[in-house]
Design a protein around this ligand. Sequence first.
Ligand code: DCM
Length: 138
Amino acid sequence: MQTGAGNSAEPREVAAAAIVDAGRLLLAQRVSPPHLAGLWELPGGKIEAGETPADGLARELREELGVETVVGARIGSDVPLAGAMVLRAYVVELKSGTPEALEHAAVRWVDAEQLAGADLVPNDEVWLPELTALLESF
Ligand code: DCM
């Protein structure tokens, strides 16, 4: 049996990064599709066939934010997406670079209180308890 990305029996993974630095979490503002434009998300994207989730997420963050990262542990629960995809979040450490909005409208760092008031994309709202706990652990 095949395993990993490309196996039609497995949902394709979209990986999202909880990047925490100096007690704050990085949010990125989407530009598309229209119903998500302007809302804030954990940056990330689709894992390609043959990539590990860690490698694919690091690649997405390089492309989207211009940073080098170390992808750590899973956080929160899986979120099923349309089109046989699944969204998963990972704790990610910034290794070098300053995040820039290369593919987003903007990026910003938030503390726990600011996170609670942020207009998140609906999928990412399910991770609020874990993200808040993560921020409060720093
Ligand atoms: N997505 C999401 N939350 C994230 C990242 C992505 O809900 N933090 C969703 C939006 C799309 C799908 O995953 O439905 C693919 O993301 P993208 O359009 O960024 O490739």
